[in-house]
Write a protein that binds this ligand. Structure first.
Ligand SMILES: Nc1ncnc2c1ncn2[C@@H]1O[C@H](COP(=O)(O)OP(=O)(O)O)[C@@H](O)[C@H]1O
Ligand SMILES: [Mg+2]
Length: 335
């Protein structure tokens, strides 16, 4: 059994009378990728900054590798952790090589090991051929890759990635996921915060869903999805809201479930999925001349978990992950 590299108990942070982190508990095992998933303002960065020792908790304890850092700590804890934040932290005037060299010196990497470390880092970031170019001329994706390997030059035990892909386009985001996965093969423990449900789903061994400074649920992606049920999510979009109201009645009576209506859209959780019932529903809707514009059936996604737990979508990023994460079956334009 791997040991806990991090243990957080009853962590609270208040700014004046505003509570940003409202009593959270979790632990992370060595070698895990642990995701903190939540919308903008949920308290992710505040939590991270307390783990890094940059912010003093109002109450609670944080133990990193058996050291209670809330009682004050020295450099040994600092060099144990690497950080990459959502604001790219490379120096644009310096070459990729120099950025890495300065980081290596700052973190006291032994002098004779520095050239080899930099070579490996450039290789890992796929930047070897650009090593002598100013980082400021790099694309967003290249800069993030450089920032990522820069956070790793001192071989941290715990690598903290605070929204490492926010603002990147989807290609660059997926490429970053590959780099992050490669890092874990090297055995480093990672805490990753994200607003992207799909990112947490793809990368993380365990995920804490956080909203308004509280953990709403914690577990593997499949454990979290099972909280919604083992059935299917049914989403139907109708011609208009009046058709949707009538359509919801048909769905409720055939599937024997509750269904929610929002404008022209009906959502239902079908605990016992049977595609024949969907066929019956579609026939019944047809007979009643209720116009369906789209039908989507999918396994529960983290999005569904989030909605169930917090009563709302992921706000900033919901629509994007929603379309990319769906699966199973998609029937469009039945008219
Ligand atoms: N230094 C601060 N003073 C006052 N409020 C803050 C401060 N830092 C963060 N907050 C507030 O705490 C909440 C959580 O912020 P943050 O941890 O940055 O969220 P996240 O990283 O999940 O987007 C937000 O409402 C934010 O405005
Ligand atoms: Mg943040």
């Amino acid at each position: 059994m791997a040991k806990n590299i991090l243990e957080i108990r009853g962590l609270v942070k208040r700014f004046g009378d505003f509570t940003a982190v409202n009593g959270i508990d979790f632990e992370i095992k060595e070698g895990e990728i642990f995701g903190i998933l939540g919308p903008n303002g949920a308290g992710k960065t505040t939590t991270i900054n307390m783990i890094l020792g940059l912010l003093k908790p109002t109450s609670g304890t944080i133990v990193v590798n058996d050291i209670d850092i809330t009682r004050g700590h020295g450099n040994e804890v600092k060099t144990m952790m690497g950080l990459m934040t959502q604001e790219t932290v490379v120096d644009g005037d310096l070459t990729a090589y120099d950025n890495l060299e300065i980081a290596a010196q700052l973190y006291h990497v032994p002098k004779d090991k520095i050239p080899q470390k930099i070579k490996e880092a450039l290789d890992e970031a796929e930047l070897t051929q650009f090593s002598n170019r100013a980082a400021g001329t790099f694309s967003g994706g290249m800069q993030r890759r450089l920032a990522l390997v820069k956070a790793m030059v001192q071989d941290p035990k715990l690598l903290i990635l605070d929204e490492p892909t926010t603002g990147l386009d989807i290609q660059n985001r997926v490429s970053m996921w590959g780099h992050i996965k490669d890092l874990v093969k090297g055995g480093v423990t990672i805490i990753l915060t994200t607003q992207y449900l799909e990112e947490a789903d793809v990368l993380c061994d365990r995920i804490a869903i956080i909203d308004h400074g509280k953990i709403k649920a914690i577990g593997t992606a499949s454990e979290l999805k099972r909280m919604v049920g083992t059935g299917r999510m049914l989403e139907m979009i109708f011609e208009d809201s009046s058709h949707a109201q009538h359509g919801a009645e048909v769905i409720r009576s055939h599937f024997k479930v509750s269904a929610t209506v929002k404008d022209d859209r009906v959502d239902a959780v079908i605990e016992k999925w049977d595609p024949r019932i969907l066929t019956e529903v579609l026939s019944a809707l047809d007979r009643k001349k209720i116009e369906v514009s789209s039908v989507n059936v999918h396994f529960p996604t983290l999005d569904d978990v989030f909605i169930k737990l917090t009563g709302s979508g992921m706000r900033d990023s919901a629509s994007e992950s929603y379309t990319s994460a769906r699966s199973d079956m998609f029937v469009r334009g039945r008219r």
